[in-house]
Design a protein around this ligand. Sequence first.
Ligand code: PLP
Length: 386
Amino acid sequence: HIYLDNAATTPIAPEVIETMTTQMTQDFGNASSTHFFGRQAHTVLDTSRHILAQSINAKDNDIILTSGATESNNMVILQTAQKRANEGKRIITTAIEHHSVLKPMAYLESQGFDVVYLPVNAQGVIELADLKAALTPETILVTIMMGNNEIGSHMPIHEIGQLVHESNAWFHTDATQAYGLLDIDVQEDQIDMLSVSAHKINGPKQIGFLYVNEAIHLPSFLMGGEQEKKRRAGTENIPAVAGFAKAIELLTPAVKAEHRARYAGFKQQVLEILQANGIDFEVNGAGSDDMVGHVLNMWVKGVSTYVLQMNLDLAGFAISGGSACTAGDLEPSHVLIAMYGEDSPRVAESIRISFGVETTEADVTAFCAALTKIVQKNLAKQAGKA
Ligand code: PLP
């Protein structure tokens, strides 16, 4: 089986497994304990937190460990709403955010908040003029993802940071998909809060962080112990945190640049082979030269997402019909709908492939051959019926 669904999750790097195994077998202490075992665990926590913070040019104290980007996103949205409701009830986001942003937004709407969903263009990017027009003195939060998980579009984060900071609002970005490929600097880009998940970068699942600038004091989401400087209760998962830090250490700027170049090459390879094979397709979000490079979303004309995904699975290729969470229940992609409209055939005939560190040119060639066969067979079948 060939795995081309790295936007859903990634395999754990061997170095990460080694680090985690050491932590689980030797340093099992509770980081809050004052004895030797506790101090040892706390040292690992501190060292790891420093690596997390450095990776986005933040201060160690501004990193809150969470169970992943879902928790980070939920915490930002719900706790900002709670903290700032008396200053204003307007929140701005986009139509193509992950459900861990959109669902808390829907909840806040039910509680009387005014949520603005900025539209995106055919490249899956917001227009800055729309953001500028939507910002009011009552706006308390702007949350716009850095890179989209379904089509890989990359939002103009630096410009957004500047605009938002001309207002009273806080600026949060969900960097879950972009983090592994882009160099991020929260100070340069005026990002107040930022979410990341370890399992998208060859780290373990259920661990992530939320960066919160020191000027912002969010009420704790989970109540209990005084961990994370009273900002997130619960005994820290030291093996997971150490594994997360190891995964980050492996991702030097040079490695990220190399991955971007490799994935761009794979994309080109797919386009060239499918074109040569006479497949009628279009890239969703095409035209943007600034994509978060591991994602390639394609409209394969005339064959349904379901048929493509199922047959590719049978042929040994793991791809996705959209995001992993929505693909399971075959809901149409809210991202493609936002970009192309509900009636576009793209909504029902698109697939997402996403590359990772283990992807090879041979994988890509084999995938293209399998896809070509499936498309030709299904189009011939339809022609036979007609
Ligand atoms: N945000 C984006 C853009 C994602 O792609 C994901 C991954 O599914 C998440 C948030 C949620 O991450 P997790 O499931 O690790 O909490």
